[in-house]
Design a binder for this molecule. Structure first.
Ligand code: FAD
Length: 169
């Protein structure tokens, strides 16, 4: 049964700077969430919160703050996710709040929602549930189409971008 759990009684939260530093040591890839906007263009947003929840059925989530992307995908019911290659850091900067038209990637709609044409992997997602947690919304979605290309990922670790070829073991 699902319950709403409170933190341990009397537990204090760590200082926000301490938490930010600690959590930044969890390495992630970088994804671009994308949606068509009201003018027929494409709006993108950089996220590190993309996570796979289940394999069957294929289910993923992103955690978003209020803003334009939040509004667009809430209305449209779906979103595209593109995992960036190690040489695509400029896309992350562009969609992470420092826009520059020269850095705009090429998008493609294969089935329903846009993804970056030459990303490492892409997912077209249909929202099945929204959960509000603190000041973020978890957009849980079923993957309706996906694919990938060979290459190495862009990595975000300790608040910096990293490129490192993956070595087999
Ligand atoms: P805009 O609509 O331009 O909003 C920009 C910001 O303004 C919002 O994020 C919010 O802080 C504020 N804002 C706008 N409208 C409102 C409103 N109505 N109420 C309250 N605040 C408002 N962001 C995430 O949410 N999740 C992530 O996982 C995430 N990962 C990131 C990883 C990296 C490496 C980087 C660089 C950024 C990440 N961001 C993440 C930040 C996000 O990419 C930027 O904030 C982006 O500009 C948000 O796109 P938007 O379309 O919502 O922008």
């Amino acid at each position: 049964m699902e319950t709403n759990c409170a933190p341990f009684p009397g537990a204090a939260s760590p200082d926000p700077v301490r938490y930010r530093k600690a959590i930044s040591h969890f390495p992630t890839g970088i994804a671009i969430v994308a949606s068509e906007d009201d003018e027929g263009g494409i709006h993108g947003m950089t996220v590190s919160s993309f996570t796979s929840i289940s394999l069957e059925p294929p289910t993923v989530m992103v955690s978003l703050k209020a803003g334009k992307m939040h509004q667009l995908i809430s209305r449209q019911g779906g979103y595209g996710v593109s995992i960036l290659r190690e040489d695509q850091q400029s896309y992350s900067v562009h969609f992470g709040g420092r826009p520059h038209t020269l850095l705009e990637p090429d998008f493609v709609v294969r089935e329903r929602v846009p993804t970056v044409r030459d990303s490492l992997a892409w997912f077209e997602c249909e929202i099945i549930e929204r959960i509000q947690v603190q000041d973020h919304t978890l957009f849980i979605a079923q993957v309706v189409a996906c694919g990938h290309h060979e290459g190495s990922p862009l990595i975000f670790f300790a608040s910096r971008y990293h490129r490192q070829a993956l070595e087999g073991c």
